[in-house]
Design a protein around this ligand. Structure first.
Ligand SMILES: NC(=O)c1ccc[n+]([C@@H]2O[C@H](COP(=O)([O-])OP(=O)(O)OC[C@H]3O[C@@H](n4cnc5c(N)ncnc54)[C@H](O)[C@@H]3O)[C@@H](O)[C@H]2O)c1
Ligand SMILES: [Zn+2]
Ligand SMILES: [Zn+2]
Length: 368
């Protein structure tokens, strides 16, 4: 079987993979398409430590090939989006509707593959850069066959993460103001989530001027090129203090209600905090290297109810949110096709990575 394997220092496009049959509660899915998320690149460059060999890819959709004896929710032939959360379904986190807090969903690695005859592990419990993968039943969410695989696959990470951060974690209300740092696959979905929520100002920030058109297409009302200008100063100009707001001992007022770091760099997260209005909250979505810290004036938070919130996988509940994304797409309110700016077979993975790093893509998608 063909796939893309992380070898510890690099990746290899290989035909030396095998996969077995699903266990009683597992599902084997023939992958139709897979998006390349920055987190896959972060494994290769060491930002996200992962064991090797492992099969990469965690944003995918496909067709169910085989199901275990106890699987009831999907059957062979069903189209599914694969969620990365192999949640247990019975712990307190799962029972209260927070599968992203389920301890079974992080670091629970299994080895459904062999690579050159040796066991090879999965990545993010998914491994969709392979012709087939095995996931838990809870991760295979049935969708309408009307959604093309190349669009459906993006729901599996970028869409759930971005739109979910706005709707589930921030719960942005109509009329609120926002700034989004990083206009990649995740940031574009934050932007369209903000549009869906009715945010009044959606200020997109990127270090690549080429991202402006995409940002505006997805709903940004303003664009700041952070390679040319101080992003904090530029945002403060767009959302100045209201007439009744005073500066006082705490310095500057004005700013946005919500900011989103979709880059994963401490300086960006600090900027995201520095553009908040009183009562505003910054969401940390981007993933920096392990141990990364950010410094903040505690009183800038404590005096005026500012906050910093982490957000994993859009705080999503896949069996609720994936069908919702499909419904919004089919009714013309969620852009998925427009996210697919490049499609290549597995062998084109390196080109997608290069184009992603050059800022040419919304998302690059691998097809099978
Ligand atoms: N929290 C989660 O659950 C979750 C899920 C998916 C991805 N992620 C993380 O989100 C981040 C974004 O992923 P992606 O797939 O959208 O990446 P991407 O490569 O598609 O996009 C990143 C964007 O950030 C821009 N950028 C880089 N430095 C910048 C800076 N200093 N200021 C402003 N913009 C800058 C790039 O030009 C690019 O447009 C990554 O760190 C990824 O690992 C987190
Ligand atoms: Zn991802
Ligand atoms: Zn659980």
């Amino acid at each position: 079987m063909r796939g893309i394997v992380y070898t510890g220092s690099d990746v290899e496009v290989t035909d030396q993979l095998t996969i077995g049959d699903p266990g009683p509660k597992e599902v084997r899915v023939a992958i139709g398409a897979a998006g390349v998320c920055h987190s896959d690149l972060s494994v290769i460059n060491g930002t996200i430590p992962w064991k090797a060999p492992s099969v990469l890819g965690h944003e995918g959709a496909g067709v169910v090939e085989a199901v275990g004896s106890e699987v009831r929710s999907v059957k062979p032939g069903d189209h599914v989006v694969i969620a990365t959360l192999a949640s247990c379904g019975t712990c307190r986190a799962c029972a209260t509707g927070h599968p992203t807090w389920c301890v079974k969903t992080l670091g629970n690695v299994s080895t459904p593959f062999t690579y050159k005859g040796e066991p090879a592990s999965n990545f993010a419990a998914t491994s969709v850069f392979a012709e087939s993968t095995i996931v838990q039943e809870v991760q295979a969410v049935k969708i309408s066959k009307e959604v093309p695989m190349t669009s459906a696959c993006l729901i599996g990470c970028g869409v759930l993460t971005g739109v979910g951060s706005v709707l589930n974690r921030a719960k942005v209300r109509a009329g609120e103001t926002s700034a989004v740092f990083g206009v990649g696959g995740v940031g574009l979905n934050v932007i369209q989530g903000l549009r869906l929520a009715g945010a009044s100002r959606i200020i997109a920030v990127d270090t690549l001027a080429s991202k402006e058109d995409l940002a505006r297409q997805f709903g940004a009302t303003h664009f700041v090129d952070a390679s040319q200008t101080d992003a904090v100063a530029a945002i403060r100009e767009i959302v100045p203090p209201g007439p009744a707001q005073v500066t006082g001992a705490l310095g500057w007022t004005g700013g946005v209600n919500w900011s989103f770091d979709c880059v994963g760099h401490p300086a960006v997260l600090r900027n995201a905090l520095d553009v908040l209005d009183w009562g505003g909250n910054a969401l940390a979505i981007g993933i920096p290297p392990q141990g990364t810290e950010v410094s903040v004036d505690v009183n800038a938070l404590a005096y005026v109810d500012r906050g910093l919130l982490g957000c994993r996988y859009g705080s999503s509940r896949p069996h609720h949110d994936i069908p919702l994304m499909v419904e919004l797409y089919l009714s013309g309110r969620l852009m998925l096709d427009e996210l697919v700016t490049e499609q290549k077979p597995l062998e084109g993975f390196r080109e997608i990575v290069e184009d992603m790093e050059a800022g040419k893509l919304a998302r690059g998608v691998l097809t099978f």
